[in-house]
Design a protein around this ligand. Structure first.
Ligand code: NI
Length: 227
């Protein structure tokens, strides 16, 4: 399942993050990928242990914790500290799949499984040309280019690429979550159920049937969740 979540960050938060990023030291993005990724990746990133990156990442993690849609869709058990990348002057990232297991930079020896990939846009679409995130899944190919402050989440099992940025600069944050629900199909079904129950509750209140469906949702989560 792919999901666009609008306005995860406010305009003020985006401005603050962009100002800090403008002053930061960027490195070659190939530092954080394996062999296959390194062959097709051409961009710049903040180093994983960058103090600025970790501080800005906290703003994003805090925004995610307050976002019920992100929680419902990702059902995150653990989200990695967000990373930041920038593409300009034709930089791009060819078709690849994200590594399945990643070490947590702040906890040596602890790894997470990447179930959900997220890209949070920090540049407005008018600031650059190209740079679409292209995600290939079982339902076809999707091109994504969102307003600053919006995010897209998609299954980490998907092949994806970033098209060359031919003018301006595309600045984004990206990160992975290990979900309580490993399977994308089960996670999607829970999300649909959750969203339908929410709109039903808003329309008719906590009727016996709505309570029954809410119980059903939680019992499925209880059956499937890896805590
Ligand atoms: Ni990727």
């Amino acid at each position: 399942m792919m999901l666009h979540i609008p306005e995860v960050l406010s305009a003020d938060q985006v401005r603050h993050i962009r100002t800090e990023l403008d002053r930061a030291d960027w490195v070659d993005g190939r530092a954080t990928v394996g062999d296959q990724g390194a062959k097709v990746k051409r961009n710049r990133q903040l180093p994983e242990h960058s103090p600025v990156g970790l501080k800005l990442g906290e703003i994003i993690l805090d925004a995610l914790r307050k976002n019920p849609l992100f929680f419902a869709a990702a059902l995150p058990k653990k989200t990695m500290p967000p990373l930041f990348n920038s593409y300009e002057g034709g930089e791009h990232y060819g078709l690849h799949v994200d590594g399945s297991v990643r070490n947590l930079p702040d906890a040596p020896g602890v790894s997470i499984r990447t179930d959900v990939s997220t890209t949070l846009f920090l540049s407005a679409p008018e600031e650059y040309e190209g740079g679409e995130l292209v995600v290939v899944d079982t339902y076809g190919t999707h091109e994504v280019k969102l307003p600053a402050g919006d995010l897209i989440l998609y299954p980490s099992t998907s092949l994806h690429r970033v098209e060359p940025v031919t003018a301006g600069a595309r600045v984004c944050s990206f990160f992975w979550s290990q979900s309580m629900i490993r399977d994308d199909w089960k996670r999607s079904m829970l999300f649909e159920l959750d969203q339908n129950i929410s709109s039903l509750r808003a329309r008719i209140g906590d009727t016996e049937e709505v309570l029954g469906l809410t119980g059903h949702y939680h019992n499925l989560l209880r059956q499937w969740a890896e805590i």
